[in-house]
Design a protein around this ligand. Sequence first.
Ligand code: BES
Ligand code: MN
Ligand code: ZN
Length: 511
Amino acid sequence: MNTRLVFDDPAAMPTGLLAVFAVDIAAGKDAESHPVLLTTSDAVARAAEKVLGSGEFKAGLGEMVLVHAPAAIKADRLLVVGLGKAKALSVDEVRKGAGCAVRAAKPRGIRDVAIVFPEDRALSDEHLESMPCTLTARALVEGGELAEPDWDTYKSDRKDTGVWALHIVSRDHERKTVEEIQHGFSEGLVLARAQNFARGLVNEPGNVLTPTVLAQRTQWMCGEVGLQCVVYSTEKLLELGMGAFEAVARGSAEPPALIVMTYTPEGGAEADAPVLGLVGKGITFDTGGISIKPADNMEKMKYDMAGAAAMIGAMRAVAELKPRVKVIGVICSAENMPDGKAYRPGDVVKTMSGKTIEIINTDAEGRLVLADGLHYAKTLGCTHLINAATLTGACVVALGYLNVGVFSNDDDAWGQFLTVLPRTGEKFWRLPCTDDYKDGIKSQIADMVNAGSRAGGAINAAMLLKEFAGDTPWLHLDIAGCAWNEEVKPWLPKGPTGIAVRSVVEWVRSF
Ligand code: BES
Ligand code: MN
Ligand code: ZN
């Protein structure tokens, strides 16, 4: 999709579909609520007049009404998109609204879409403050770009229903505002395309995207954006003493991949400056291994590399946005399979850090590869760690599909992460991993077990990772519930979400 920013009167846009937002406003105390358009273009307002006055359209979030051959404007169709109650309006609704416009165009075969930048008298000062035009522009691009893919590449009868061009149309001509909008627009484009890159990786089936292929695609991407990238396999794992990572990989005919991406800021990093470590779980397929999973829903486990994809996507955006901080991405990729060579329950493995782990369940493999990945990142000089992983079903039980579970050994690290979230619209919820939970990973014969009781399952996994983060400030994102969209939404197709890409990038930029 060719996405661009236009400064013009939206009424003058010759396009297949012009989308304009509306909010539900209640003027005065007992006044009835009614929809109000978010545009300063009188011609666009006139084109929507009849529909808005009909009472059929309430401007609920995701509610849409389409007008053909609208009078007074150049577009073939006018789409009014509801953003919900005016009082609750934020950039998150704008992001979804932009997605709605693109999703509505696709089944109709409309190739060219324009979205009116929400500019209006109806927006209160309060809104204008919480929705600076930079973030609004960013949300528009993100929403539009994320709504476009349909993940149907493997359908032989797939119809090309792609939107080819998306125009964001703003009437503003004040220099400062124009610059802010341009800035937000280009940031949004980088973030959304990095996120779509991550989603594309997650969408690939396990037979296509093996650890080796994940490494290849990561290397191509790194070459494109100018990141340093080195890929290792079994030999290096053995050399480094990554006994946990290597144990997980051993049951598969596919060799593991340890992928290291490095971003160095222009002019190099100062000696005592922070170095950020982005660590991702890259299990390209999780059968559970010898502790094999039930057949029901096992096919979903191709998404068990979504944490890796998120970090790879984040590295791509980092390379393009060029923050002034050094960032190292460490991806631990393997396939978890049952086999004559596979690791087994009861085994004791020795990690790179020297700590030993008793294997109780070979399906608790993610924490094993991350244990070595986190430690390795520290040896590369990382002073701050963040990891993303589809780590536990228990986290899905705890938080559902809306919030990512976050665990941290450092209140300040969590505090800093919280401050960036309003810019990204992604939802995260902190769960505990205080030392009083340590009993959950106690082992009879080794330093810890890899799987404890089902009670607090997401916490037990975090407790194990915490052992390897040590004193280094660390954030663990359990994205198991949020990495795959199970239910189609008016602004988003079913499939991989690319969760955490935007927030990890914003976190990096907050240093
Ligand atoms: N990849 C899974 C986590 C998962 C399970 C994500 C279901 C989404 C849905 C992970 O490797 C796993 O199997 N975890 C086990 C841990 C258990 C054996 C301690 C789980 O959550 O059941
Ligand atoms: Mn597993
Ligand atoms: Zn897994």
